[in-house]
Design a protein around this ligand. Structure first.
Ligand code: G4F
Length: 326
């Protein structure tokens, strides 16, 4: 059975992808950053399976800045597929830590590509790119040929990495692909992203555990899908006969207000009674109407997003209600 290596294995996407690959019979290796906190909550279910951990699933410590260790891991694991999901993924935070963001997200990807160039056995490579590369596009929906116009440090770092992946594919013949993913959410989403912040607050307010919710701009429009479906698209990309880039999205734009409305409706509340705007959460610059055209993925990968915002919000609120009542 094939072997996969995943950077960012402990994140939302990394954990869903690991489950998908384990169920398909892969051996999965994951790269994790060393820290004093060893909790890997999203992978807990797999860790506690004696038939999986250290048999089908292996973890290795390395930092994206540590090329020597990453090269050593690649030579040891000899993966057939490499999924590069790691990076500083919070767009708002990228204004506070632009150097770290560019080092991990942009240079981290280039370092990986440079290592791959030298390998005798080159794995198929997937880089998780982002709708943030389009920033303020001049048309909607965006597709694989839409010009990049990033307006955040994160978006600029992702644009660099995305172009490097395409360049290494064209110049050095690497099987290297960009999954240009629009926002994808789940109960495993970090609590500082707007969807999870909203669903957690809706649940907590309905239980009397929180009084209000402070947010930044409510004007932005995003294309929100369900994360487990997005990792399936990533896997399908690496099974294609040729490496290519794909937009992975639902094709539907929603405002933050729409997501608020769907989430608070799931607990029979009206969001306008609880939400206040706070300048602390406003960004110096914002992507505007980011909505993807997934028709290439639909046609070539036979992939279509199934879960849309109203159901997604409900799934996340239900999960937060259960978590808060534990
Ligand atoms: O949830 P967000 O922080 O997601 P954002 O910035 O669109 O980025 C996410 O999706 C990208 C595309 O897939 C990824 F590349 C990226 O790594 C990340 O996963 O914010 C969504 C919208 C923005 O318009 C933001 O300004 O919500 C707005 N917002 C309003 N109040 C807020 C808040 N965002 C956050 N995080 N926190 C707030 O309080």
């Amino acid at each position: 059975m094939p072997t996969a290596l995943i950077t960012g294995i402990t994140g939302q996407d990394g954990s869903y992808l690991t489950e998908l690959l384990i169920n398909k019979g892969y051996t999965v290796h994951g790269i994790v950053r060393r820290s004093s906190i060893t909790a890997r909550g999203r992978l807990d279910q797999l860790f506690h399976r004696d038939d999986v951990y250290n048999k089908q699933l292996f973890l290795h410590y390395a930092d994206l800045g540590d090329s020597t260790t990453i090269r050593r891991i690649l030579i040891k694991c000899l993966p057939d597929e490499l999924y590069h999901l790691a990076g500083q993924s919070h767009v708002g935070a990228s204004f506070d830590i632009p150097e770290t963001t560019c080092d991990f997200t942009a240079m981290g990807t280039l370092r990986l590509l440079e290592i791959l160039r030298d390998l005798e056995k080159q794995p198929r490579f997937l880089h998780i790119s982002s709708s943030e590369i389009f920033g303020r596009p001049d048309h909607w929906p965006q597709n694989e040929t839409t010009p990049m116009n990033p307006v955040t440090p994160y978006g600029i770092a992702k644009a660099f990495a995305t172009q490097m992946v395409a360049l290494y594919r064209e110049s050095f013949g690497l099987f290297a692909c960009n999954a240009i993913c629009y926002n994808h959410e789940s109960p495993r989403r970090g609590e500082s992203f707007v969807t999870r912040k909203i669903t957690r607050a809706a649940a907590a307010i309905s239980m009397g555990k929180q009084k209000t919710l402070s947010l930044g701009s409510l004007d932005g429009q995003r294309d929100w899908g369900f994360a487990p479906e997005y990792v399936d698209a990533m896997w399908r990309m690496l099974q294609q006969p040729q490496a290519d880039d794909f937009v992975i999205a639902t094709g539907t734009a929603h405002s933050v207000k729409d997501f608020l409305s769907a989430s608070f409706a799931a607990v029979d509340l009206d969001w306008t009674d609880y939400v206040q705007q706070d300048p602390r959460y406003m960004r110096p610059s914002e992507g505007t109407r980011l909505v993807g055209d997934p028709s290439k993925a639909s046609k070539q990968l036979q992939w279509d997003a199934q879960t849309k915002v109203p159901e997604l919000a409900k799934i996340m609120v239900q999960s937060d209600l259960a978590r808060l009542s534990d």
